[in-house]
Design a protein around this ligand. Structure first.
Ligand code: ATP
Ligand code: MG
Length: 494
């Protein structure tokens, strides 16, 4: 059952304290989650200094109290014993009953300990040790919560989450730096990457597709830091966009037509504004018959179409070799006969290649860019192209931009948390040296409600896109009434 089981354990040894007996507990108030730490005192791959508890004294959060220290020690002890009893590497994780079986063993080990634990405390201890053994330790409880969109860890004592667009500090903690590094190691090694002195900064992803970034000392000064972007089991759909009032139903119809008609679409927005979520949803309109190539740093997109080739960049190896960039993948993808190219984000040398691909037959492609307005997007593209060493005059870059991109859709996270599509803009061409654009839909913020949340209304600007005929020829009948100057939806003041 457990693979290579070492000397059998007495699962039914008499309990030290009968279940439910109240006693002087080592636990006190509920401690932070899961400080058990690595199953063996295997040295973490990061620097020695990283594992020293310097951070406890630093600004990185609350100091550990004595009760908690005892609790951690107890958990570590039991976990070590578990490792001694079992060959955890040989445990069959696919066995549906395996958690229960190991749980029984942990309970038996718990009962042999000379400490008083009541029934609830014991159950909690067992749960936490199981999370440590089969999952990501203290993170497990957060990963199970579908309302959490971001998990941000600044050293072992400060774990923040974002719920409904707001950041909150949780009481989840790691035992120390070494424990946190162990969890980071577990995550990154599962996708064939590493995080150590040589490579102290890494991108990875969880099994469910959540994006992970980790930075450890010496680059991170207050202990290892990890940022997890959750997409959860239920990613946001167009239905959610409409229910959350992130956009009007008419706009969804419009986007569908634009994607089907092979318009090149650029999604812009700030950090965490919802660009990738929007890209994923836009991509869902690509017909299943099209061959799609997706290119990302950490594969976040989840396309449902059958004909998708997913490509992911690769960091350099220990000798600094073998780095494969977005640009490398993009250039390669052009030889893969794609009908559509979807690039997770343009942030460097790949930008010009993307514009060129869009201009030379790979229309219907989609990408995102970090920019806070449509004008800003043009400037960002100019800067990125120039910084990549291409000696092109600004006017030529703008020309490339204006002929490559037909639609810019802006995502924004507004004050108080709501995420909205705040502008839908057509790129119409150039006048002199200036890229000309016209807004088709626009969100107007009216104010901030009593809960501190921005509210407003989504407007049709009264301007019809010039590519309306193109939509019609691709079989999407979008009536002109959609583009009248009107309020498409209104937030209620909360
Ligand atoms: N319209 C929306 N309503 C509510 N939540 C949303 C909406 N769009 C995105 N989110 C949530 O916001 C978070 C950030 O979204 P996303 O990763 O798409 O942003 P991003 O702009 O790509 O971020 P980054 O700049 O870090 O790549 C995710 O957890 C996502 O589920
Ligand atoms: Mg993103």
């Amino acid at each position: 059952m457990f693979g290579k089981v070492k000397p059998p354990v007495a699962l039914k040894s008499p309990p030290t304290v009968p279940p439910g007996v109240p006693g002087k507990s080592v636990l006190g108030p509920r401690p932070a989650e899961d400080p058990t730490g690595p199953p063996k005192p295997a040295p973490p791959r990061a620097t020695e200094t990283a594992s020293k508890p310097t951070v406890e004294k630093s600004r990185a959060g609350k100091p550990i109290d004595e009760k908690l220290e005892k609790y951690y020690a107890l958990k570590t002890r039991i976990h070590r014993k578990l490792v001694e009893q079992l060959d955890l590497t040989a445990v069959d994780n696919n066995d549906p009953g395996i958690r229960d079986k190991v749980g029984e063993l942990v309970l038996a080990l718990c009962e042999k300990e000379d400490v008083l634990l009541n029934h609830t405390e014991r159950q909690r201890l067992v749960g936490e040790i199981l999370d440590e053994t089969f999952g990501l330790g203290p993170l497990e409880i957060l990963l199970k919560d579908p309302a959490i969109s971001d998990i941000l860890i600044n050293g072992p004592r400060m774990v923040y989450v974002e719920r409904k667009g707001r950041l909150e500090l949780t009481d989840v903690q790691f035992r120390d730096n070494a424990h946190l590094i162990h969890v980071i190691d577990k995550i990154v090694s599962a996708v064939g990457r590493r995080c150590d002195e040589v490579c102290p900064m890494v991108d990875a992803r969880l099994k469910d597709g959540s994006r992970v970034n980790a930075v450890i000392p010496p680059l991170a000064l207050d202990g290892p830091s990890m940022s997890i972007r959750r997409f959860g089991a239920d990613p946001i759909t167009w239905e959610d966009y409409v229910n959350f009032k992130s956009c009007a139903p008419q706009m969804v119809e419009f986007f569908r037509a634009c994607v089907i008609a092979h318009l090149n679409i650029l999604i812009i927005g700030g950090t965490g504004s919802g660009k990738t979520t929007l890209l994923n949803n836009m991509s869902s309109f690509i017909p299943p018959s099209d061959r799609i190539v997706t290119i990302e740093d950490a594969a976040e997109l989840r396309l449902r179409q059958p004909h998708v080739v997913r490509l992911e960049t690769r960091p350099a190896n220990i000798e600094g070799k073998g780095h494969i960039s977005i640009r490398d993948l993009l250039i390669n993808s052009l030889r893969m006969r794609p009908d559509r190219i979807v690039v997770g984000e343009c942030r460097g040398a790949e930008t010009l290649d993307m514009l060129q691909a869009m201009n030379t037959g790979h229309d219907g492609s989609l990408t995102t860019l970090h920019a806070n307005s449509t004008r800003d997007a043009v400037q960002r593209v100019e800067t990125m192209v120039m910084m990549s060493g291409f000696e092109l005059p600004v006017r030529a870059i703008r020309q490339q931009f204006s002929s490559a991109i037909q639609l810019i859709v802006q995502a924004q996270r507004l004050t108080g948390g709501p995420r909205k599509i705040t502008s839908v803009t057509e790129v119409t061409g150039m006048e002199g040296d200036v890229v000309t654009m016209q807004d088709i839909f626009k969100f107007e913020q009216v104010g901030i409600d009593s809960a501190g949340k921005a509210y407003g209304r989504m407007m049709g600007t009264g301007i019809r896109p010039t590519f309306l005929d193109r939509l019609k020829y691709s079989g999407c009948n979008i009536g002109p009434e959609m583009f009248e100057a009107q309020v498409l939806l209104s937030d209620h003041e909360g």
